[in-house]
Design a protein around this ligand. Structure first.
Ligand SMILES: Cc1cc2nc3c(=O)[nH]c(=O)nc-3n(C[C@H](O)[C@H](O)[C@H](O)COP(=O)(O)OP(=O)(O)OC[C@H]3O[C@@H](n4cnc5c(N)ncnc54)[C@H](O)[C@@H]3O)c2cc1C
Length: 408
């Protein structure tokens, strides 16, 4: 591994106008990181990565590199691109425990963060290091959000999140577990208790439903529920998955690792929404894709499908008359998520879009003064790096807002 990443670093052309950096949603200065790496300046390289993206270690493992940095590498035009993700993993992994956590002296500002996913934790890290007193609230018992309760362990080991937890604690950030805001405590209680700003990073945790008969049967589950604790489910040997996105691929691979023998994923047409990497892994591990199937209802036996007919361009132009009853011990619905509405129902003035996503201005402030937001709850299902990039900017706005309060 070490030899290969050295070779990879040596392949970097140190482009003057680095396309890799352009392709990165958080504009990581890849040539500079590689230069520091090659000069054995590992701490400086780690610091540079962490400063720009506190979750660089996670991103190095779970980003869609083929569509981002590596997909834009100039070398990739004629041969394989520089495998920066492996270099980033090496540097960030080394740095995570070595970093000297630097927290500025207490500045007297108090911040409440709702949600311990990458969005909320980025705000907590940035404002904690600025000297703010930060409390993070989460409905779950541990930090991480989807990084812990969605992305499977075999793609992102939980020990990494535990290591983050220890460093975040050193930044003076306090974590209040198993506390749903919008339940016993509401946002106005947080202001009552002296928090000057509130950040909402609650993500999207409400599974989208098919709206079809059979969704409440005992052997039918939603992907986010299953992935949050796969060991709590006994799916049986034959599993049907409705949906062919990245979540569906995670469900398939997890189910196969938990004893399922046949896992079939059903697509409406020929298009697969998952990245080609995720699809390849799922197929390598034994998942099968069945195309042109539209679920009509789900029975105790398994899903009942209509078979779509496609034209040459792959558009659905009709369907066959006969229905196809599939036999599956369990059916998992993996067709994305939307936001829950607890905070909307309990916070007067908090506005959202038609789909329930929070409305924010250019500074990330919601329609309630002092309440900011970023991440999936604003953009809809996206990815870790986008949640971090947006929250980093919002943390700066929150700081400016609190400094402005002093002058009022
Ligand atoms: C199965 C799956 C696999 C994925 N794989 C990848 C991947 O490989 N790479 C990638 O980049 N992205 C991936 N994503 C997407 C990525 O994880 C998300 O875009 C990202 O986690 C969003 O971050 P967030 O902080 O906005 O929300 P989340 O990570 O969802 O965190 C929100 C947190 O808020 C908490 N919360 C919610 N409501 C409340 C409340 N009222 N009170 C207190 N706490 C609350 C939740 O418990 C949760 O911990 C995946 C998503 C899923 C579902």
């Amino acid at each position: 591994m070490a030899v290969r990443i050295v070779e990879e670093a040596n392949r970097c052309l140190q482009c003057k106008r680095p396309m890799c950096q352009k392709g990165c949603p958080i504009t990581t200065n890849i040539p500079e990181v590689i230069r520091l790496f090659k000069e054995n300046k590992m701490t400086e390289a780690g610091e540079m990565l962490f400063e720009n993206n506190p979750f660089s270690l996670v991103c190095s493992m779970v980003c869609n590199h083929e569509g981002q940095c590596e997909g834009h590498c100039i070398r990739g035009r004629k041969e394989t691109p520089v495998h920066f993700s492996a270099i980033e993993t090496f540097i960030s992994d080394l740095y995570l425990d070595r970093m000297a956590v630097e927290r500025k002296p207490d500045n007297g500002h108090r911040v409440a963060v709702i949600g311990a996913g990458p969005a909320g934790l980025t705000v907590a890290i940035k404002l904690g290091c600025e000297g703010c007193s930060v409390t993070v609230f989460d409905a779950k018992d541990r930090i991480g959000g989807v990084m812990r309760y969605g992305i499977p362990e075999f793609r992102l080991p939980r020990t990494i999140l535990d290591r983050y937890g220890r460093q975040i604690e050193k930044m003076g950030v306090r974590f209040r577990a198993c506390t749903t805001i919008g339940g016993a405590l509401e946002i106005h209680d947080l202001f009552r208790d002296g928090y000057e700003t509130v950040f909402i990073g609650t993500g999207v945790w409400r599974p989208r439903t098919l709206g079809l008969q059979g969704e409440s049967l005992a052997n039918v589950h939603f992907s986010v529920d299953y992935l949050s604790d796969p060991s709590a489910f006994d799916l049986g040997e034959n599993v049907a998955i409705i949906g062919v996105g990245n979540s569906g691929m995670d469900v398939a691979r997890t189910a196969l690792r938990h004893g399922a023998r046949t896992v079939r994923m059903y697509a409406r047409a020929r298009h697969i929404t998952a990245s080609s990497d995720e699809l390849a892994f799922a197929q390598l591990e034994g998942a099968e894709i069945v195309y042109c199937k539209d679920v009509v209802k789900i029975t105790e036996e398994g899903p009942l499908f209509r078979t779509n007919i496609l034209d040459e361009e792959g558009n659905i132009v009709g369907c066959e008359e006969e229905l196809d009853q599939v036999h599956a011990d369990s059916t998992i619905i993996a067709i994305s998520q939307g936001p829950k509405n607890k905070l909307l129902l309990t916070t007067p003035g908090l506005e959202c879009t038609e789909t329930g996503l929070l409305t924010t201005d250019e500074n990330g402030m919601t329609t309630v003064d002092g309440v900011f937001s970023a991440g999936d709850v604003v953009t809809g299902s996206k990815n870790v790096v986008s949640a971090v990039a947006a929250s980093k900017a919002v943390a700066e706005s929150m700081m400016r807002y609190m400094e402005g309060l002093e002058e009022r």
